[in-house]
Design a protein around this ligand. Structure first.
Ligand code: RP5
Length: 180
């Protein structure tokens, strides 16, 4: 699956199984909103180690700048990929199975020293994509400005919600119901 048309893929999203795709499509949607060319494919560190290894090893030469790796259970994908590339790797632990994602969280976040993986929350597809945009934005001023605009939109949404909630005290606290 690709969101890049003919353009060079900048973010490569690897997922451990087709069962991970529905959650991770949100990352693709966010990257598409930011007009970042991405590619999403399946590569398992356990079931197809050669395929996962090939994607990791070839990413840099293809022009990929950030990898997002999402997997559930004993989620070694992000770590295995990080072992084979100098590109930044963002890990997304996924829920499922007996432990509800805690297994994947610990497998993703607890990387031994020397091989970092930037882990987001369990199921954090959206934040993984936003973090990828931020990383790319360090060397892409136009993308950085698009990200700045998105943060301003977030703040405006909170202002709107607060206004809808109604009056606040001087200290910024919502007054108790009986004084409203
Ligand atoms: C992991 O095992 C995958 O990333 C997936 O989250 C989990 C279960 O995979 P399936 O049995 O649904 O293929 O490798």
């Amino acid at each position: 699956m690709t969101g890049s048309g003919e353009r060079t893929t900048r973010v490569l999203i690897l997922v451990g199984s087709d069962s991970d795709v529905p959650v991770m499509q949100e990352a693709g949607r966010v990257l598409a909103e930011f007009e970042v060319p991405y590619e999403l494919t399946i590569a398992s560190a356990h079931r197809s180690p050669d395929r996962a290894d090939r994607y990791a090893a070839e990413a840099e030469g293809r022009g990929v700048q950030v990898l997002i790796c999402a997997a559930g259970a004993a989620a070694h994908l992000a770590g295995a990929v990080a072992a084979r590339t100098v590109l930044p790797v963002i890990g997304v632990p996924l829920a499922g199975g007996a432990l509800g994602g805690m297994d994947a969280l610990l497998s993703t976040v607890q990387m031994p020293g020397g091989v970092p993986v930037a882990s987001v929350a369990i199921g954090g597809a959206r934040n993984a994509a936003l973090l990828a945009v931020q990383i790319l934005g360090t060397a892409d001023p136009e993308l950085r400005e698009r990200y700045r605009a998105q943060k301003a939109r977030l703040a405006a949404q909170v202002d709107e919600k607060a206004a809808r909630l109604g009056a606040t005290t001087e200290a910024g606290m919502v007054p108790p119901r009986e004084t409203r």
